[in-house]
Design a protein around this ligand. Structure first.
Ligand code: GAL
Length: 937
């Protein structure tokens, strides 16, 4: 059987060992290589390994890279299904094969002797030659492989040839939900391995929280000496354990001690973080404390380079996570570039390091012939786990090993767990697919509903083993499109039940690929089978702009909570380890959103898990509706954010607006020039619709219940809504009653082909310079839920500036609104849009007391709530938003379309997981609400 279809691991490589750098010479071989793509293994030429092979007609390709993103073949996206016939271990004969060649000279100082060629990642299988000699074959795309090359090296003109196959037996083990992309996508390095150097080492640094002592144990075959200057350790024989008082490492306080391991031949810098992971009393603890994982699942992706992610992008991810209160990462579903884990050590993130394994595509085939249960694949499984553990064993941030994802269950997984337990007893093993937890140490689920989590929290599980394990959600809060909703309710469960130790939102980022002026997703490359925009399900957009989902998550998981409490302000510390000593508390009093006074709030240091009641500051009297906002921010700059960065905030009402005060003086309705006039409004006498407001032409407000369906809607309620015809309501005017002071318009609003509808009465009254609109909605046979409930109207496109007092600054929905604070905000209409890669409902602002929409001169209209409403403002209709497939399908028209709502249906996360919680479902019911309309100038 050809190596390509051999289910075993590759061959020829050196035993796996830790990723580290040292003072031994290293030669990076990234850069420009020669490249040619062939359509099949058999089409690739013979002799590419030879010195005299002529590659002068070949193209040039950067390494690291993924060739589909450089114009060779096309990316393809599937979630579960294999894009080739499931006939393991066979793969298509049409197997794109990329030959890569590179010549290199050794630096003059390069030492003679042993050396290895290290490949940090090649997707999916490669055969490698140096100077005409075959080194071997590697599989396991996201895992390193090293080949001994010392005797083969020559001072000048070394020829390295790497033949990469898109498909291999390994592809059956790499069915992660992501783009199929190929190539040498991580670094290639030549490393001198001095005789008497440090081949491998394992530095375990434990921490005993009861004594404050750290213990260092180094396992290495080398006769090495350990130095930790900061701890006064120099030349300590590495083989002997060392115990000494230290500060522990945690994600919140990632204390690292710089040190070194040296032999006469080599010096390896080490960064030591002291911490001990334990499962104790059924809880996952580090250094004696229960952890609450406020995590995300992170794939490696960049919109231009795919899974070739440079260190600065990895750093940008870490900084963005830290600034949004994220404390944990699951490296879904493969070990990341080693640089990412070094950053997790340095900046502080708890990591579940997951092996490169997923066989999900066997699921739809009833798991028949699933490699997890087939002995032919056992070596490959073990090889992958070994390479994961050996590579990353020195990282203090790694607290759990994960066997992989969605590979069902079977003896090969059990063997992986067994090997891991034996090799590294210091870290528990995770694998969600071991449903009865027979070979893992933590109970893990994905997308469990709130009710299921609660039941696990109550220890109602009938399986005694599972019941007594710590529980985590390796995936929850599916962040596809607009959402997720319901994060707050998960947090409440994690705080209520100690064994529910948090989880990892699916997922960190949208895997959109840049295609001209928009982001592409599945199907955009003409794939025969694909899963569309299911790959666009992150908390950050492909360019790493935070989505509203991330802003919400950051608020929900804030480590310091500030709330109104009887007698003052309650400050609670939700860190797992640190106190609030590094934070400064500031307050600002705002009246109608305008700052009146600010100051520092004197808060005593609050220890982890504790809270303090602080009296309100002395506040001046204010008019109007006033709020006190208290923020906890970093007193001095941290490694990941500047001084002043806010980690938590809360708002307290100081004086609530009393009932809305309407202007006095009623005006009568009169007819003039074929129109009805009422105060500042002009109406169509036949339809009863407002057609001008203060002289500005408008398409007056009328009932609307539709929103451009979200990904989550389409997975839950949208089919009912479409069936009910809610997207195409018709308005029948029953009567326009224009007598006296009120203009009363009675309508019946109903979908075609249905007998049910909504009786809707609009009562307009002129009060001073304002029009008051009272809307009464009475269901006439209509039942079920609605996408939203309110009005739609349109105003001139020139009214492109919005200012409002209410919830903001970002969008919010009933089950995702923790991040909206009450304030005064202004945004251009264009900036009110959230550019979801797959266009859908977005941009809703909640709790709005008043809204002004004006032109460049400040002229426009004003809407007042009684007391509040939700709004969106867009340059396109909901129908156009719904029809769009990419952001570039949306074109500004010459109107601004406004929705003014009394309610919205929640978001939920049904695109993968639970739908909208009952309390956030918008049920049809009799509803009345009032809005004011006037002129802004
Ligand atoms: C999970 C899977 C993830 C992803 C997610 C849906 O089942 O583990 O890889 O596919 O669903 O986006």
């Amino acid at each position: 059987m050809s190596y390509v279809e051999d289910p075993g691991p590759g061959h020829g490589s050196a035993p796996p060992r830790a990723a580290f750098t040292s003072d031994a010479p290293a030669l990076p071989l990234s850069g420009t290589w020669r490249f040619r793509l062939f359509s099949a293994v058999a089409a690739a030429p013979a002799g590419v390994e030879r010195d005299d092979f002529d590659d002068s007609a070949w193209d040039e390709l950067p390494v690291p890279s993924m060739w589909q993103l450089h114009g060779y073949g096309t990316p393809a996206y599937t979630n579960v299904r294999y894009p080739f016939p499931v006939d393991p271990p066979h793969v298509p004969s049409d197997n794109p094969t990329g030959d890569h060649r590179r010549r290199f000279d050794l630096p003059a100082s390069w030492p003679a002797g042993p050396a290895v060629l290290r490949f940090d990642g090649i997707d999916s299988c490669a055969r490698i030659w140096l100077n005409g000699v075959e080194l071997g074959v590697t599989k396991g795309s996201r895992l390193p492989a090293e080949f001994e090359v010392g005797p083969l090296l020559r001072p000048r003109d070394n020829v390295l040839a790497v033949r990469v196959h898109q498909w291999s037996a390994g592809s059956y083990l790499e069915d992660q939900d992501m783009w199929w992309l190929s190539g040498i996508f991580r670094d290639v390095t030549l490393l001198a391995r001095p005789a008497g150097g440090i081949g491998d080492y394992w530095l375990r640094a434990d921490y005993d929280h009861t004594t404050g002592l750290g213990t260092v144990r180094v396992e290495t075959e080398a006769d090495a000496l350990l130095a930790i200057p900061e701890l006064g350790v120099s030349a300590h024989p590495a083989g002997l354990p060392l115990e000494l008082p230290v500060e522990p490492w945690s994600a919140e306080s990632p204390r690292l001690y710089d040190g070194s391991l040296s032999t006469a031949a080599e010096r390896v810098p080490v960064r030591i973080g002291f911490r001990t992971v334990a499962i104790d009393d059924g809880l996952l603890k580090v250094n004696g404390r229960r952890l609450l994982l406020r995590g995300v699942n992170r794939h490696e992706h960049h919109p231009r380079t795919g899974r070739a992610v440079p260190r600065d992008v990895a750093l940008a991810d870490v900084l963005l996570m830290k600034r949004h209160n994220v404390n944990a990462v699951r490296t879904s579903h493969y070990p990341p570039d080693p640089a990412f884990l070094e950053l997790c050590d340095e900046y502080g993130l708890w990591v579940i390091d997951e092996c490169d394994l997923e066989t999900h595509g066997f699921g739809p085939l009833e798991w028949e012939r699933n490699p997890s249960a087939d002995p032919a694949w056992e070596d490959a499984y073990l090889d992958r786990m070994r390479r994961t553990v050996e590579r990353d064993k020195n990282r203090p941030s790694v607290i759990l090993w994960s066997l992989g994802n969605e590979s069902h269950t079977g003896p090969n997984l059990e063997r992986m767990a067994e090997w891991t337990h034996h090799r590294d007893p210091t870290r528990p093993v995770h694998y969600e697919g071991d449903h009865d937890c027979s070979y893992v140490d933590v109970h893990s689920r994905m997308y469990a509903t709130h009710a299921e989590v609660e039941s696990i929290g109550l220890r109602e599980d009938v399986d005694p083993r599972r019941r007594d394990l710590p529980f985590l959600l390796c995936e929850y809060g599916h962040a596809m499109g607009n959402g997720p909703g319901g994060l707050l309710e998960y947090r409440e469960l994690f705080e209520r039940y100690p064994n529910c130790q948090g989880g990892f939102v699916w997922e960190w980022l949208d895997h959109g690929l840049l295609a001209g002026d928009h982001f592409a997703y599945g199907g955009d490359f003409g794939e025969a089978i694909h899963d569309g925009n299911f790959v666009i399900d992150g908390l950050v957009f492909p360019d790493r702009t935070p989505s509203p989902g991330l802003v919400e998550f950051a608020k929900v998981i804030e480590p310091v909570r500030i709330e109104a409490a009887p007698g003052g302000i309650r400050v609670s510390n939700h860190y797992d380890f640190v106190s609030t000593a590094h934070l400064t508390f500031t307050w600002v009093l705002e009246s109608e959103g305008i700052p009146v006074e600010e100051g520092i709030l004197d808060v005593p240091t609050v220890q982890s898990g504790q809270n303090a009641l602080v009296p309100l500051p002395r506040l001046p009297a204010t008019g109007g509706e006033s709020w006190l906002t208290v923020s906890a921010s970093l007193t001095s700059a941290s490694a990941w954010a500047p001084a002043g960065h806010v980690v938590g905030w809360g708002q307290l009402p100081v004086s609530r607006a009393v009932d809305v005060v309407w202007p006095v003086g009623r005006g009568p309705v009169f007819r003039t020039g074929g129109r009805l006039r009422l105060g500042v409004g002009e109406f169509d006498p036949v339809t009863g619709r407002l057609i001008a407001l203060g002289g500005h032409p408008v398409r007056g407000p009328r009932l609307d219940v539709w929103r451009a369906t979200t990904d989550n809607d389409r997975a839950e309620s949208a089919s009912e809504w479409w069936e009910a015809g809610l997207h195409r309501l018709q308005h029948r005017v029953i009567a326009v009653d224009a007598d006296g002071d009120d203009l009363v318009v009675r309508t019946r609003v109903a979908p075609p082909a249905q007998a049910s509808g909504l009786l809707t009465d609009y009562t307009w009254t002129a009060l001073g310079d304002r029009l008051r609109l009272r809307v009464e909605i009475t269901p006439d046979g209509l039942a079920g839920t609605l996408p939203r409930l309110g009005l739609t109207m349109a105003v001139p496109g020139a009214f492109g500036s919005a200012e409002w007092f209410g919830g903001g600054p970002g969008e919010a929905y009933p089950d995702s609104r923790q991040a909206a604070r009450i304030g005064r905000f202004s945004r251009g209409v264009d900036d009110l849009q959230t550019p979801y890669v797959f266009p859908q409902e977005n941009g809703n602002r909640v709790d709005v007391r008043w809204l002004r929409l004006t032109d460049a001169e400040g002229t426009g209209i004003r809407v007042d709530g009684d007391p509040a409403f939700d709004f969106t403002a867009r340059r396109w209709t909901s129908a156009a938003l719904e029809a769009a497939r990419h952001t570039t399908d949306l074109h500004a028209g010459d109107l601004v379309h406004l929705t003014l709502d009394v309610a919205q249906h929640g978001l939920g996360s049904a695109s993968c997981g639970p739908g909208v919680l009952p309390r956030y479902r918008l049920q049809v019911r009799k509803t009345e609400f009032t809005l004011g309309f006037g002129v802004a100038n």
